[in-house]
Each structure stands twice: as C-alpha cells, then as structure tokens.
Design a protein around this ligand. Structure first.
Ligand code: FHN
Length: 432
C-alpha cells in the first residue's frame, strides 16, 4: 500500500542503537506471562467460542450478566508470575468480543457494568508492578461488539454470504471505529502509568492500514508512551519502523527470525493447552519439562517466550496452570542464569548432540542444556581453549574436562583437534 513506500516518518525517527537501548530490558527478560481473560472465561470453551459456536449477540449477553470474578486477587497472579521467573506480563485489556476490563468512558460493555462492578486493570497493574514485573497491554483491533466495526467473514455469528455482510455493514462508520480505538488506547496509555509493551491483535486478509488507520494509531501510541515496545500486528510490517518485535504464534521458528537478512527481536507466544482463554475440558496440556524445553529452545535462537494463562470466571489461575508455573519456577530458581541476559551462542560453537546452547555475551558464559543425559561424557567439537571452567548449574559442582588424544580406543571415541570431552556424572542429576 502507499504506506509501505513511505520513508520513516519524523515521529518514528530512531537509530538502531537507540532501539536496542530502548529494548534492552525486554531482550534480557526473555520470559513473560500472557493473560487472556474476559467474558469467554464464563463459557470456558475458548476465547473464540462466540465464533466457533455461532453464538448470537443476545445469547452471549448472559455471560456479561454472569461475569462475577469474586475470587479475583491479582496479587496472587503476580506472585505466580514472579515465582515462575516471568519478567513482564501482557493482559488482554479487550479481546475480540469487545469487552473492556477497565472502566472505559467509550463503552458500557465493560467490567464495571457487570457484577464484577469494578475496574480490573488498575489493581492488576499495581500488583505486577509491586513484584517488579513490567506491564504489557494486549488490545484487540477486532471488535465483534462495536456497532461501527466492519463485519467480515470471521465475525460471529457469521452472516451467511457476501451480500448479507454488505447489508449488515450499511451504516457502519469506519472513521467512528478508528476514533473509538484511538480514544480507548489513549485511556490505556495515560491512566495506568508507564506501559512497557503493547500487543495489538491482529491484521488479516490485507485488512489493517485502511481499517485501523495504522500509521496514525502508532503515532499516537509512540507519543503517549515513547519507550513502549510494540508488536507486528498493526499491518505496518513492510516498514522497518512500524513494529519492534516479530511475534510467531504457537510455533517454534527453526532459527532466529530475520527480516531482509537481518536478525530481529522476536517473541513466540504459546499456550499451555491450545486455547488462550480458560478452557475447562481441554486436556492436551504441555508438561513442565516440555515448557522448560520450549523456553530453552526459544532463548537458544535469540527469542523471548510469552507463555499464556487463562484465568477462570471466578478470577483464579486453575490448578493445572499453577502446577506448571511452580514447576517452571523450581527449575528457574537454579537455572535462570542460563535464560536471563542470554541469547544464541556464536556460530563458532558447534552445538553438541541433543543439546541447546544459550550464551550470555556480557558475562561471557556459555550454557549447555542437555536435553538427553549422555551416558558418561559430552563431546564438544571445537571448544578447546575457549573456556576455563565447567560446572553443573543446578548444584554448582565442578565438571572435569580434557582434550583427548585423536585415536579412539575400546573405551574412548576418536576425536579431532580442538575437541573437548566433559566428564559428566553417570546418573542424571535430580533435575529434568
Ligand atoms: O485471535 C487471537 C487469539 O484469540 C489470541 O488472542 C492470539 C494470541 O496471540 N492472537 C489472535 C490469533 O492470532
């Protein structure tokens, strides 16, 4: 579109170094908590339940009248995120259903008008900030409730065909919808103190620039919160100034993501079980070792992991989520040094078999994550002379190492110049 041909606008002026400085806390943090919470927690069958089950607006209203998170205590949520080692959190202030968790002036479809009867965002921001956790807002560009949002093929309950959709869109005013988004984002970015991350969601089928007025929306966002980190879903991806991070969703990139051949900041957002919103009956939950492996692999490729929790309609993290947050936290208590401030190892280090490498460039420390415990030793190709000491991270115990002779024997494998063998305890230490 015309926007992509444009030079960087004056309000987006920033050097590569300035951007790296602005984003350093995020790059060091590596691990954050995503929270999807809204009316969809009441049916508890996925945050897209209105679309999947073609629920008419009138029927969906019952969830608005029943939304009463009487057990909501964001201090508990923040404590769990802290325990898990998460350094930032991103809350759905408003998801596609159009329901706002804060006391917005621009809609009555908000928590303060439900039995909850209060703004849910302010106490949440305060609780997470009190734990030293950075604050992120998710804001849906899609709004299935707003009378001026253009009805399209993914609008629940989906109007049958193109003609019905065109008929339904008669009288809907895109400019009014754009003003509504700008007003709500102004509330979110001025009423809750410094906001560190904005996760807008999402542009599709070429929809974006025209419908969202993306460039002016981003100009407003940057003006209100100059240090904020923004994701890549405002349909400004053809520019190098319209986004700060790439956000692959529910998948693990094969390698550090690049744009025009250059490595870029990236964050994969992932769920415990598939659904983002609380889903009572979904039972394909990832295990703690799988989630830890996901975090390690992400950092080994220079990325961040934003791991999602869907709180219940009563306002709590359910036991399945808490178990996993506690399990990750137990591992992070001993191993977070291999995550925070780490990134992909220099290419000069060959990754040993069944391992991931994470590297802290400031501390010049290499971390070798053994995803399968070897029988008695670990063969490091080309590591000779590159390190002075080795230890297990879980208990700080020394690991002896040597550079073997080249010829193999019936007890040692052949090696090449520059190889190093780490002597490992035969039995796996008491860590996953
Ligand atoms: O449709 C949403 C979905 O419900 C969820 O919020 C994810 C999280 O990144 N974003 C959209 C799908 O890409």
């Amino acid at each position: 579109s015309e926007i992509n041909a444009q030079e960087r606008p004056a309000w987006a002026k920033e050097t590569k170094e300035q951007k790296e400085k602005r984003m350093k806390w995020w790059t060091d943090a590596r691990f954050g908590m995503f929270i999807h919470w809204g009316l969809y927690a009441v049916p508890a069958r996925h945050e897209w339940v209105k679309y999947y089950e073609r629920i008419p607006d009138k029927e969906y209203e019952k969830y608005f009248n029943l939304f009463d998170p009487d057990l909501y205590n964001p201090k508990q949520w923040a404590a769990k995120a802290k325990e898990a080692g998460m350094k930032y959190f991103v809350i759905t202030t408003k998801h596609h259903e159009g329901f706002s968790l804060w006391d917005t002036k621009y809609s009555d479809y908000k928590a303060t008008k439900t039995p909850a009867g209060r703004d849910l965002i302010k106490p949440m921001v305060e609780a997470f900030r009190a734990e030293g956790i950075k604050v992120g807002f998710y804001y849906s560009l899609i709004d299935w409730h707003h009378p001026d949002f253009e009805i399209d093929a993914s609008h629940p309950p989906t109007p049958q065909g193109k003609d019905e959709r065109e008929a339904a869109n008669k009288g809907r005013d895109q400019k009014k919808y754009q003003a509504y988004m700008k007003n709500q984002l102004t509330e979110l970015l001025t009423q809750f103190g410094p906001i560190d991350v904005l996760f807008t969601d999402f542009s599709y089928d070429g929809k974006g620039h025209k419908e969202w007025d993306s460039e002016n929306l981003l100009k407003l966002i940057r003006k209100l919160q100059p240090n904020i980190i923004v994701n890549d879903r405002l349909d400004l991806n053809d520019t190098d100034w319209g986004w700060d991070i790439k956000t692959p969703e529910q998948f693990m990139p094969r390698e550090w993501l690049t744009v025009k051949g250059e490595k870029v900041p990236w964050e994969t957002c992932q769920t415990f079980s598939g659904s983002w919103g609380y889903h009572r009956d979904e039972n394909s939950w990832k295990s703690v070792p799988q989630l830890i492996a996901m975090l390690i692999e992400t950092v080994s490729k220079g990325g961040n992991l934003l791991l999602n929790v869907g709180p219940t309609a009563r306002g709590e993290f359910d036991e399945r989520a808490n178990e996993r947050l506690e399990g990750i936290g137990a591992w992070m208590k001993q191993h977070s040094r291999s995550i925070y401030g780490c990134t992909q190892a220099p290419d000069s280090f060959k990754v040993p078999q069944n391992c991931f490498l994470t590297y802290n460039p400031e501390k010049k420390r290499m971390y070798i994550h053994l995803m399968q415990w070897p029988f008695k030793s670990l063969h490091l190709e080309g590591f000779k002379g590159k390190f002075k000491y080795a230890q297990l991270l879980n208990d700080g115990s020394e690991i002896k190492f040597y550079s073997p002779t080249k010829e193999g024997s019936h007890t040692t494998e052949t090696t090449k110049d520059g190889d190093v063998i780490l002597n490992l305890p035969v039995q796996k230490p008491n860590v996953e």
